[in-house]
Structures are given as structure tokens and as C-alpha cells.
Design a protein around this ligand. Structure first.
Ligand code: PGA
Length: 246
């Protein structure tokens, strides 16, 4: 089964650093069983696409806006990212939801915009520590999925990816136990199949403090096909260690 290794560079790298890291990634040996994508800042997307020409590494957007073109100061549409060569887009990353107030409704508008392009969306879902402590995890995640996908006009044959990223595990070093991430991934698969039908092949990733020493434990779970890595994807050494661990 194909495995997915996605690198979310967030706002860690400027353009020159992004291009340098992309070139370094291109030179690392990696198995053809692993599908890799990097998500640079919007500013670096064009240069990173150019730097990765001729490699199997894809490029994705960290965020998109849901209007194609118009008077929307400071935003960039899915169509524009597609035109620069991006193949994936993160939608509803927890930092977007929590730092920029993106609601489930806004996330849905972005999903609707992305499906009008050829970009494959990576819907990010996750519960906060408080929600987990109150036993609301399943309810919160199911609502995020329902809002994103109910009655969506999904193009036949288009992959879709859901990244389970518990908010309390992102950037904290406190990764979710692999067995718990697998239990959640099983729930995600059943909710999504009920919503979209069995003909859509769902790809589920885990994200949140993935490191070289824990990556294999996630990727070998039944319902988890890959990982979305933040901080550990922003250095050549730790990325190489992740590739070697796989
Ligand atoms: P982290 O981030 O690996 O630094 O925890 C993951 C993410 O936010 O996608």
C-alpha cells in the first residue's frame, strides 16, 4: 500500500531557505512506495516547484481562499496555486482554525473551491485538549468531517485525504499514542464512508509531533497511510532520518 509523507513547512522558512531545503530533499534517496509532498509558504511555492522539477516530490499549498479571483486583499485562490504547479492543499489546518478563526463553514467553502480545480485537498481535523478532556473528541471530529463533505460535489476518481492532527499534539512534542491515532482513524474511515460511499478511496494521515523515532509506529497502523510532519520536516537531517526510519 502506498504511504504518504507530507512536509508542512508552515512559516518556518523564507524563499531562499525553502528552495535550499527542496534541493536537499530532491537529492535524498527515497522509496518509490512513498508519495512525498512539501507545503512551502505561498511566497516560495513557485520557486519550490521549479527547484523540484524532475523529482517525484509534489508541492502543496498551506492554505487557499475560496474565491477564484477578485477584490480579496492578501488571499490566494486554489486556482492560482494550481497554476503555479501545486497538486495538494491543506484545508482547515488547526493553526488556521485557531489563530485565524476559520470555522467549519469557512473550511467547507474552501473544500468546495478546491474541488473545482485539480488540487487534492488535505482536510485537517483535530480536537483541542479541553475537548478531549471533556470526552468530546468523537463529536468534534465527526462534525468537522460532516461539515466539510456532506453533499459535496466530489469529482469521480479524485483522491481525498484527511489528516488527523490533535491540536494538543501539534508542535508540543506530546504526540498522540499510535494506538489512539489508529482508533480515531478507524472512526474517521467509518464516518467518511457513510457520508461519501465506499467508492471513494480515503487516505488518512496522522500529524502532531511526528519525529524520526515515532514515524514508523503511525505509518504501520491499519487505517493510517501516512504522516503530516511540521517542525521535523524543516531540517534536512531530521527529514533524512524520517525517510530512513520508513
Ligand atoms: P508538528 O506539526 O509536526 O510540528 O507538530 C504538524 C502540523 O502542524 O502539521
Amino acid at each position: 500500500m502506498k504511504k504518504y509523507l507530507f512536509a508542512n513547512w508552515k512559516m518556518y522558512l523564507d524563499v531562499a531557505e525553502s528552495v535550499a531545503l527542496a534541493r536537499a530533499f530532491k537529492n535524498l534517496k527515497q522509496s518509490s512506495e512513498i508519495s512525498t509532498a512539501v507545503f512551502p509558504s505561498a511566497l516560495a511555492a513557485t520557486s519550490v516547484v521549479a527547484a523540484l522539477q524532475g523529482s517525484a516530490i509534489a508541492v502543496g499549498a498551506q492554505n487557499v481562499y475560496f474565491v477564484d479571483k477578485g477584490g480579496v486583499t492578501g488571499e490566494i485562490s486554489a486556482a492560482m496555486f494550481q497554476a503555479t504547479g501545486c497538486e495538494f492543499a491543506l484545508v482547515g489546518h488547526s493553526e488556521r482554525r485557531h489563530l485565524f478563526g476559520e470555522t467549519n463553514h469557512v473550511v467547507r467553502q474552501k473544500i468546495d473551491a478546491v474541488v473545482t480545480t485539480k488540487i487534492i485537498p488535505v482536510l485537517c481535523i483535530g480536537e483541542t485538549k479541553e475537548q478531549r478532556d471533556k470526552n468530546e473528541t468523537a463529536e468534534v471530529l465527526e462534525a468537522q468531517i460532516r461539515s466539510a463533505f456532506t453533499d459535496v460535489a466530489w469529482p469521480a476518481g479524485r483522491d481525498f485525504i484527511i489528516a488527523y492532527e490533535p491540536v494538543w499534539a501539534i508542535g508540543t512534542g506530546a504526540a498522540c499514542e499510535p494506538e489512539e491515532a489508529e482508533r480515531i482513524a478507524g472512526l474517521v474511515a467509518s464516518w467518511t464512508t457513510a457520508l461519501m460511499g465506499p467508492e471513494f478511496a480515503l487516505i488518512i494521515l496522522y500529524g502532531g509531533s511526528v519525529r524520526p523515532d515515532n514515524v514508523s509506529a503511525y505509518i504501520n497502523q491499519t487505517h493510517i497511510s501516512g504522516v503530516l510532519v511540521g517542525a521535523a520536516s524543516t531540517h534536512e537531517d531530521s527529514w533524512q532520518a524520517i525517510l530512513e526510519a520508513l
